[in-house]
Design a protein around this ligand. Sequence first.
Ligand SMILES: Cc1cc2nc3c(=O)[nH]c(=O)nc-3n(C[C@H](O)[C@H](O)[C@H](O)COP(=O)(O)OP(=O)(O)OC[C@H]3O[C@@H](n4cnc5c(N)ncnc54)[C@H](O)[C@@H]3O)c2cc1C
Length: 384
Amino acid sequence: MGSALVVVGAGVIGCAVAAAASDLFDKVVLLDARPETGLAASWAAIGGITPQSDDFCRGPLRQFAEASRGMYPQWLAGLEAGSGIAVPFLDSGLLQVALDPSEQQRVQEQLVPQWVEQGFRVEQLDARTTAHAEPLLSPAVLSAVRLPSEGALEPRVLMSALREVLRRDPRIEVVARARVQAVTPGAQGVEVLLEGGDVVRGDRCVVAAGAWSPELVPTRPGGQFPVRGQAAELVVPGGGGYPLRHHVYCKVAVDDTTVSSYVVPRHDGRVVVGVTYDQGRWDEEPEDHATERLLAALQLVVPASRDWRLTGSWAGIRPGTADGYPLVGNADADGRVVMATGHFGVGITLAPITAALVRSILSGAALTAGQADALRVMDPRRFL
Ligand SMILES: Cc1cc2nc3c(=O)[nH]c(=O)nc-3n(C[C@H](O)[C@H](O)[C@H](O)COP(=O)(O)OP(=O)(O)OC[C@H]3O[C@@H](n4cnc5c(N)ncnc54)[C@H](O)[C@@H]3O)c2cc1C
């Protein structure tokens, strides 16, 4: 019997890990409880590649996130070569806009100085240049900053490409409808117990079960928790191509509530808008009142969206952690169980670099100084 890796969870992280590590083993078994790969948070994600605007990126993993963004063009090219599926990538940058003086002040006095200090590129746009850069934005926009390094893609297309790469790899077996109940490391390897009693054995196991990972590798209470997020999709009548030139983020007040309006155009005339942060909630059913609030916020940012047709809304569960950082690294003393989870709102952004890092851990390759630093921050044992 040859060497075997078991990966639990076929979201963007588990699929990316399986694809990156398959040449290290004779066999890789990727298990997921759902009927198909990529149907949980990775299906619900909006698809911003945000190594700068996310709060996370102003902390110790800043360079890790930036490096992941840097890997994206090559990673997508590799996925296309291995799947025949191109993932359109919008690389014109994020526009963070302000519609009222207090938000303008927050962006200018809090965010911009931090970004500049950390060496990020920031372009300042006044009302006139913002209107020129993104004509569909409201005339009420006071100013914007453009973050040129931020990109966007459609996670469901990314997951299709990953699915096809896995399907074409003779070493990888994807087993859907396989709910894992326990992961037990031992001297000889790891036993992975499935609901129904079957056992899958491997030399190593990567737990990438997103928000559900603590069911398999328990962490201290409050260490990991679900953060539900809701989003909606609209179609621009007669639209082909990207309906907006940038993805756009704005905090706006709707009925005295501050809404984070994140607007991401798709390559074929669709627009996705989010997003909510509902900590502690597990339900994946979208709620009408949340959709209405997202649409009301969108209309404040992009008034023309009144004429866009709503085609769907959904919710997904982000894997949140107490300190906001993922859990990546060995979970047991022998390194039989490796965790790759807790990516909260940046799992799509961090997928390529997480997969590369887990591959390095599994191969035993010497880590770069940057990898070692990142692993110290993400060490799962801080919560075990
Ligand atoms: C509305 C929304 C918008 C978002 N927008 C962005 C964005 O713009 N940019 C960004 O970078 N990130 C975004 N995210 C975050 C991103 O979606 C997540 O960080 C990422 O998808 C996590 O990937 P994952 O593979 O860890 O988890 P998941 O995609 O949730 O995959 C986990 C998998 O594990 C499986 N599983 C769970 N338990 C078991 C078990 N016991 N046995 C077998 N299988 C199991 C599940 O079925 C699932 O398929 C967003 C999230 C949401 C909800």
